[in-house]
Design a protein around this ligand. Structure first.
Ligand code: ZN
Length: 149
């Protein structure tokens, strides 16, 4: 696949990957047209309940299509730069710190109409699948935190 450069470390209860610097995300491509700048993590990390991607959209670029989803809601987390996001013809400005959840039928696209690169994370998870989270789902083992020197 496209993600051969990724170094992966597996433990009994984790998978860790080194994807490289955000600014080098162009090395990863996706789709039949091999668009650069998108790294899907589901297969790399063996995720079972979500798909996550790390994304870079260069200055002045736009996604050349709209899309919606069949089953998954999406969360877009913008981590650096600025641009615009469109859902059902409504246009919103996005920048570092903007988070947008889009439900399945929302017809969406986005662009980077700025002079600097735009970086964001997209998380897909099955709509209405979350039954518990955070403190409700957490377990705190009875052990003191230790670190090697
Ligand atoms: Zn999507």
């Amino acid at each position: 696949m496209e993600n051969l450069n990724i170094e992966v470390k597996r433990g009994k209860h984790y998978t860790l990957a080194e994807a490289g610097n955000w600014s080098d995300l162009d090395q990863y491509t996706y789709g039949p047209k091999q668009f650069p700048g998108k790294l899907f993590l589901k297969d790399v990390l063996e995720l079972t309940g979500m798909e996550v991607s790390m994304n870079k959209l260069p200055a002045g670029k736009k996604v050349p299509f709209y899309h919606a989803h069949k089953e998954n809601e999406e969360l877009y987390i913008f981590v650096k730069g600025q641009g615009q996001f469109q859902v059902d013809d409504e246009v919103m400005d996005v920048r570092e710190g903007t988070v947008i959840r889009v439900s399945t039928p929302g017809v969406r696209t986005w662009r980077n109409n700025s002079q600097e690169d735009l970086y964001f994370i997209v998380i897909q998870a099955k709509e209405n699948s979350l039954t518990q989270c955070t403190v409700e789902d957490g377990i705190v083992p009875d052990r003191k935190v230790e670190w090697p020197d």
